[in-house]
Write a protein that binds this ligand. Structure first.
Ligand code: SF4
Length: 222
């Protein structure tokens, strides 16, 4: 498993090296639409990515149950960004909270109600959020898109990255001939102490760290 995870981290490093080379040759800093699930997971990820990208955050998480929890995580994220990054805090786009989109996405998996985290229900959950992020990135002319999700050791980086790349390929298919299609930025943000750093920043800024992933099924297993 660690071998598979390092593949995504290396792919990320390769993409960053290419971006830095282009910027040093005079290209503009690329834009990135970053899907974020909460403040704690965004913290260390932003610390890394702001060096390389002009970032906008996408808060699209119809998986989160109940709505009060969805609102609490969003509020925590929106309060944290200016406290942490001051004038460099990225703008946040929030899409409408429609939990039915999550239930529709996961119902095709047999036994999804009782599956442990990282299983196929989670793949559908990653797919839903990454496909939406890809679509928004295309519609709003971003250069790249990715998600904070891989910073959590409770998430499957292989599934996340497979779904992210698949979302990019789907865009290329739908928009064949388009001048620009956003690229998926590979990620395994827990590497190089990324997860540890997110805990440090959460403690420093007094962030609320939820004790379940987000959906009603994960809330039963906390
Ligand atoms: S456990 Fe987390 S990633 Fe998996 S389906 Fe629930 S909210 Fe989504």
């Amino acid at each position: 498993m660690s071998k598979a995870l390092s593949v995504y981290y290396k792919a990320f490093e390769t993409q960053i090296a290419e971006i830095e080379k282009a910027v040093h040759s005079g290209s503009a800093k690329p834009t990135l639409l970053l899907h974020a699930c909460c403040g704690p997971c965004s913290s260390a990820v932003l610390e890394i990515l702001l060096q390389h990208f002009d970032i906008t955050i996408l808060y699209y998480n119809p998986n989160i149950y109940p709505q009060a929890e969805y609102l609490r995580r969003k509020e925590e994220l929106c309060n944290f960004l200016p406290a942490f990054l001051k004038e460099k805090a990225p703008p946040v786009i929030e899409l409408a909270y429609k939990p039915e989109e999550f239930y529709e996405a996961v119902k095709i998996v047999n036994g999804f109600e009782t599956m442990p985290e990282k299983d196929e229900r989670c793949r559908m959950c990653y797919r839903l959020r990454l496909a939406c992020c890809a679509k928004e990135a295309f519609d709003k002319h971003f250069d790249y898109f990715t998600t904070t999700l891989s910073i959590s050791p409770h998430k499957d980086a292989k599934k996340i990255n497979e779904e992210g790349k698949a979302a990019e390929l789907e865009l290329q298919k739908i928009h064949a001939g388009a001048e620009k299609v956003p690229q998926y930025l590979y990620a395994d943000f827990k590497k190089k102490n990324g997860f540890k750093r997110s805990i440090e920043l959460s403690e420093e800024y007094g962030l609320y760290r939820q004790d379940y992933c987000g959906c009603v099924y994960s809330s039963r297993n906390r």
